[in-house]
Design a protein around this ligand. Sequence first.
Ligand SMILES: [Zn+2]
Length: 223
Amino acid sequence: MASLGERLTAASETFLVDRLETIVRDARPFHPEGHYLYPADERGNHLQGYFLIEPVAANPDFVEWIAEDVVSWAEEKGIEFDVLFAPAHPAVKILAQEIADAAGRRVAYWEYLPSGRFGERLVEGRVAAGSKALVFNGVSHTGRCVGQRLPEFVERLGATSVAAAVFVKGSAPKVAETEQRLGDRFYSAVRAEVPVFAPEGCPLCARMGPPVPWTALLGREPA
Ligand SMILES: [Zn+2]
């Protein structure tokens, strides 16, 4: 798969590489250097790099390109779902709504806290018992959101999680595990090489001092 620059690789066979290159170049969403805290609280992970979805979701062309590729993947792989299930992260909602509209499916959102952590309840839309859900997130650095948490929430609502999609997946072990478990039923457009460390024993802390909360990247002008 084509390299999109430092530690970024194209991961979808159908997403035009020049479109991915344009997104990475114009939105400048990837911060490969640095030491970030996600979720932004004392229990958060320490990440060596961060892919920010906000500047990508701010461009309607990029949103349309992403929705187009996710929908064509779902059609090509024969993934049947009733509802797109995503965290109520404002930038993720923009992508999720576009995908749901393009696929002609409903969308439902799980509670999302400003730290980046998930809450405990459905906040918008409906997930009917017995329905099939496609779980979606913008970026999964750790793999836990689409690999574990969102499917658990879907099941708590009495529905079934049938597939997972993210615009960007990281490189943590849970990402690899989700790839192996779901195979073609796990979509991503881009892979970002971002090492993830537990707060205790993070090697970056010794070298770089405390991590920067990921939220500090929000609202920063492109370099
Ligand atoms: Zn650290």
